[in-house]
Design a binder for this molecule. Structure first.
Ligand SMILES: [Zn+2]
Length: 279
């Protein structure tokens, strides 16, 4: 049996935000981060990523990106977005466009969504969970119980329940003790796929640490930082549920990313030329 782990990186659309949202720093106000008063010309487009991990124990998808209904004709479509997101507020904070959705990538690889053993939602923000419906046939869909509780507390402004309506999501408790808050979930109980709580951006946000037999690992830190410079220079995002936790998580990402055993450390919203990593 092939013991290598393959990680495919897909760009499943783009998101347009005020620069203060990804790189606002510790003293950024939520209003500034929301970009409601930021001129269009000052906004920036960032990629939205989704990952497929081909692991000896199964196929694992990390995050779903946008739904096709965000841009039915693959171009920017204001009306369609507001309908897809379910809220004009969310449209003002982040506009999106999607050329290729996650299920379209999988189809090209001859993978049926029902072949996915796991779909892991690192957190429930729209650019990660809006596309969930496209992979709803996966065998098991998971997110942290802490994240769902946080989303339900902030539904309407930041989240819309309709993204996961009628979808059976398994909510897990942290049962292991890795990471900055000693809260993690070891998927196969062998340290090869660990979901590690990095709260701050949202309560239940987790990084995915993928480790091979030699101890070498790839870290997908999702929105724990928006780019490499976020942890290099310790610049947290403007959107935060808890500033103190966010900084502690970012410092942990830095430490993990600088470790010699780290093969790659990827932010969900940073452009990368890598399409596949094998460890
Ligand atoms: Zn995001």
């Amino acid at each position: 049996m092939d013991k290598k782990i393959k990680i495919h990186i897909f760009e499943v659309g783009k998101v347009c935000v005020s620069p203060a949202l990804p790189f606002g720093g510790q003293n950024c106000s939520l209003i500034k981060a929301s970009g409601i008063f930021t001129r269009k010309s000052k906004r920036m487009w960032l990629p939205v990523s989704s990952y497929l991990i081909e692991h000896p124990k199964g196929k694992i998808l990390v995050d779903c990106g946008w739904d096709r209904s965000m841009s039915p004709c693959r171009i920017y479509d204001r009306h369609a977005q507001i309908k897809s997101l379910g809220s004009p507020i969310l449209y003002f904070v982040n506009q999106g466009v999607v050329d290729k959705t996650i299920d379209e990538y999988l189809k090209d690889m001859n993978i049926k969504t029902s072949d996915l053993d796991y779909v892991l939602l690192t957190h429930l923000d729209c650019d990660h969970a809006n596309g969930l419906n496209q992979v709803k046939d996966a065998k098991r869909i998971m997110t942290a119980k802490d994240e769902m509780n946080f989303a339900l507390k902030h539904s309407f402004v930041r989240y819309q329940k309709k993204w996961w309506k009628d979808i059976n999501i398994h909510l897990f408790d942290w049962k292991d003790q890795a990471g900055p808050f000693l809260k993690s979930y070891d998927l196969f109980n062998d340290h090869s796929i660990e979901l590690i709580n990095i709260p701050g951006h949202s309560d239940g946000l987790f990084a995915v640490k993928i480790t091979n037999d030699e101890g070498k690992y790839v870290l997908l830190y999702s929105d724990g930082g928006y780019a490499r410079k976020s942890w290099e220079k310790l610049i947290p995002s403007g959107v935060a549920a808890n500033r103190k936790d966010q900084m502690k998580s970012l410092k942990w990402i830095k430490e993990m990313s600088e470790n010699d055993l780290c093969v790659a450390s990827l932010a969900n919203h940073e452009k990368t030329n890598q399409k596949i990593i094998v460890i």
